[in-house]
Design a protein around this ligand. Structure first.
Ligand SMILES: Cc1cc2nc3c(=O)[nH]c(=O)nc-3n(C[C@H](O)[C@H](O)[C@H](O)COP(=O)(O)OP(=O)(O)OC[C@H]3O[C@@H](n4cnc5c(N)ncnc54)[C@H](O)[C@@H]3O)c2cc1C
Length: 363
């Protein structure tokens, strides 16, 4: 490492981490703890990515990840450092329903506990990301509302091109930031593909990255505040969670059954991967109507919701993963991580980000 002329100490290496979801935060924290200077770039307004929370006047919805499971001791150890932010959700009695709402079978690995952050899905990464933002981890910073649009290697360093994003719209002005020793791309598969291609960095990894398949997912959120009146504990079925065999819907969950959430009756409904793919470009109102009808068929809830909205995840859940934890070009100082490297679970994203950071530190 080159000496730092001002202090006489060895200068820290500087890494740009693009994406503040589970993979990006796991990677950024590990590098910061190993003594790297870390700058995180995130296009949305906060930490979380697909572990995010959607606000409504009737309470919040976990409109991406529903819960996570823990099988790797390294993930377990990391979670233990902030144990007060996660709670066990009794969602193990998951049923499979037919289109008329008849239970076909029960599923779920009995020993696989389901965990949710409290008070909302985004709370875990907000907690893990805070030390990168508030000075607890020195020489680190977080640039929110900042989309990275291109990466360029100039001699020994990287320059990244960014644009500010406000209310979902990119502002026209762009700015360049330079001097990074390393760049980590920790964004969903399709967006990583596009960023690397736009930056002319795909050739090495073209065939591997193009082989990955990720399904979209339309998600419907419904709230029934009138169901929470005295004497009426909840609306519709007595179960809280179901995997469904209905051709439109694969998952329904009562948000208000999760720990730490408000009691207003709220449901999150995920369309099946196939239906989401077939209707990926449909108008949101049309999707809302079709999913609400199917929800009524499964649950018997025909009442009109006081709040109904849909969200389209273009890159939701991995169908065919890369098959290795990360991609790393050591000579160029460029790494890629994300859930899609290993699978479709939060824990996959954590392991991918962690193992990429450890490989970078080894150099
Ligand atoms: C509907 C749905 C349900 C799911 N259910 C579950 C579940 O029940 N259990 C489970 O374990 N997993 C579930 N998952 C999967 C889980 O959410 C993911 O595996 C995990 O959150 C992925 O983390 P990540 O860091 O790889 O990516 P992400 O969480 O997508 O993070 C990537 C981040 O990069 C940012 N970004 C993208 N492009 C740029 C750019 N150019 N510049 C700057 N920032 C950028 C994004 O805004 C985002 O914050 C679900 C996912 C979806 C969508």
């Amino acid at each position: 490492m080159p000496p730092n002329r001002q202090s006489g100490q060895t200068a820290k290496k500087h890494v740009a981490v693009i994406g503040a979801g589970m993979a990006g935060i796991a990677c950024a924290r590990t590098l910061a703890q190993a003594g790297w200077q870390v700058s995180v770039f995130e296009k949305s307004r906060g930490f979380g990515g697909r572990m995010s929370t959607r606000r409504s006047q009737f309470g919040d919805f976990d409109h991406g990840t529903q819960y996570f499971t823990v099988r790797d001791p390294r993930f377990e150890a990391a979670l233990a450092t902030t144990a007060d932010v996660i709670k066990r959700w009794s969602a193990n009695t998951v049923r499979v329903m037919d289109a008329s709402g008849h239970v076909l079978a029960s599923t779920g690995r009995p020993n696989d506990a389901h965990w949710v952050p409290v008070p909302g899905m985004s709370s875990l990464l907000k907690t893990w990301g805070a030390p990168l933002q508030n000075g607890t981890l020195p020489d680190c910073n977080v640039h929110l509302h900042t989309r990275v649009t291109a990466l360029k290697r100039d001699g020994a360093h990287w320059t990244i091109t960014c644009e500010k994003v406000a209310n979902g719209d990119a502002k026209k002005f762009q700015h360049l930031l330079s001097g990074f020793d390393h760049v980590v791309v920790a964004i969903p598969h399709g967006q990583a593909h596009d960023l690397l291609e736009a930056s002319d960095l795909m050739p090495d990894w073209q065939s591997q990255i193009s082989d990955v398949l990720v399904d979209p997912c339309w998600t419907l959120m419904l709230a029934y505040p009138n169901a929470s009146q005295p004497g009426l504990s909840h609306l519709g079925p007595h179960w809280n969670v179901a995997r469904s065999t209905h051709h439109r819907i694969s998952w329904v969950a009562r948000e208000s059954s999760k720990p730490g959430r408000s009691s207003v009756e709220r449901w999150t409904i995920q369309a099946s991967p196939q239906w989401s793919q077939e209707h990926v470009n449909d108008a949101p109102d049309r999707v809302k109507a079709k999913l609400a009808k199917a929800f009524g068929e499964i649950t018997g809830i025909r009442a009109e919701a006081s709040h109904a909205e849909v969200h389209r995840w273009v890159y939701a859940q991995t169908r065919r993963a890369l098959g290795q934890s990360y991609l790393l070009n050591r000579a160029a100082g460029l790494g890629v991580c994300g859930d899609w490297c290993l699978g479709n679970r939060v824990e996959n994203a954590f392991i991918s980000g962690l193992e990429l950071a450890l490989a970078i530190v080894e150099d």
